[in-house]
Design a protein around this ligand. Structure first.
Ligand code: KG4
Ligand code: ZN
Length: 357
């Protein structure tokens, strides 16, 4: 079964063709980074206009790269939530038009849930993991907009176990990069700096938020503020303000490495608790850990998640680097699983700013 996926929730116009829910035949992405870079953030009105210009060329490119004609596509999938509303409506309108004109099913997909699916995607005929069924599974989404954990009994209806109460982890990485004077894109550049040989990740003991005993929620604002004070000094009246330019190169490296250690530890600490909670709710051992979202590209997080999975004898499904970022292959892949349980949408499908999961 071939599904054409469309994703326009933020600043990437993406389309992909995925076979049987796992083999990626094409994964086309038109990034708008250059358009927004001068504003140091995504400008919603510019993003939606750029999607309008790019959507048809990107869909054509995805079909061309997959070597399939529109007539061979069995369903059209689209990320219809969460995201910038003006951006979402472009993808949703294109998907509806294609589905209606081809007489094929339309499947609306939640972008956050689709990130969880990205560890399933492959480019060739790699066997599908070791477990006969991956469920019950634990899901972790770490992105620029979300940080949450789920119990997955199947691909439909993930049960949320915990989420951030303030900043998302990707947002914390981006703000930390700004505080340290690290250029855009902040998260990946901070990761690279923290990997510098000789970096001391114990130079600073940053706070790791536990919130309350047993809590499965995350908080990153204290960590961010702690870094801010470490760099600029605790605000005092009449004191001259320092900034990152006062740091030596080694100090900047050590701060980046120490921040990254604390941010990743905050995730693995809550994963420990979430695993116990998920097994209690499912009444069975968790088999798999699905991870997704932009921050799943982080080198330290990938390593520590691997260690966590080995220690608990569960299979970690961490996406390939190109499926960590926003893409349409994850949308098409998840749609295959949703269609299999009768979760097709109709032409009343709405764009929604918030996640359903
Ligand atoms: O999933 P994504 O592409 O967009 C959202 O759905 O939010 O995630 C983007 C986020 C950004 O905050 C970016 O800085 C972060 O993922 N990111 C990283 C790394 N690569 C991307 N953060 C830390 N380390 C990385 N290697
Ligand atoms: Zn995303």
């Amino acid at each position: 079964m071939l599904i054409l996926g469309i994703e326009t929730s933020c600043d990437e116009t993406a389309a992909a063709v995925v076979a049987d829910g796992r083999r990626v035949m094409s994964n086309a992405i038109a990034s708008q980074h250059d358009l927004h870079a001068q504003y140091a953030g995504v400008v919603p009105e510019l993003a939606s206009r750029a999607h309008v210009e790019k959507i048809l060329p990107v869909v054509r490119l995805a079909l061309e790269q997959a070597g399939v004609g529109l007539g061979m596509v069995d369903a059209i999938a689209v990320g219809n939530r969460p995201g910038l509303i003006g951006s979402l409506v472009v993808g949703v309108a294109a998907a509806k038009a294609l589905a209606w004109s081809l007489g094929k099913p339309l499947v609306g997909v939640d972008h956050v849930q689709a990130h969880l699916y990205s560890g399933v995607l492959v480019e060739d005929d790699t066997p599908a993991g070791t477990a006969s069924t991956p469920f019950p599974a634990l899901g972790l989404v770490v992105s620029g907009g979300h940080t949450s954990m789920y119990l997955l009994r199947a691909w439909a209806d993930p049960q949320r176990l915990g989420a951030t109460i303030d900043d998302a982890i990707g947002e914390a990485f981006d703000k930390a990069a700004t505080i340290l004077g690290i250029p855009y894109p902040g998260g990946p550049n901070l990761d690279a700096l923290a990997r510098t040989p000789g970096a001391n990740d114990r130079a600073h003991e940053f706070p790791i938020s536990r919130i309350a005993p047993g809590s499965l929620d995350f908080s990153f604002s204290g960590l961010k503020t702690s870094l801010l004070y470490r760099v600029r000094g605790v605000p005092q009246q009449g004191q001259p303000r320092r900034d990152a330019t006062a740091l030596t190169p080694q100090e900047r490296i050590d701060l980046a490495a120490s921040f990254q250690r604390a941010a990743v530890r905050a995730i693995t600490l809550k994963l420990e608790r979430a695993l116990a909670r998920a097994e209690e709710l499912a009444g069975a051992p968790v088999r798999t850990l699905f991870v997704g979202g932009g921050v799943s590209a982080n080198s330290r997080l990938r390593r520590e998640i691997g260690e966590f999975a080995t220690a608990h004898r569960i299979e970690a499904r961490i996406p390939r680097m190109d499926y960590c970022m926003d893409n349409a292959a994850m949308v098409a892949g998840l749609a295959h699983a949703l269609l299999a349980v009768g979760r097709a949408s109709d032409l009343t499908l709405a764009s929604e700013p918030t996640t359903a999961c």
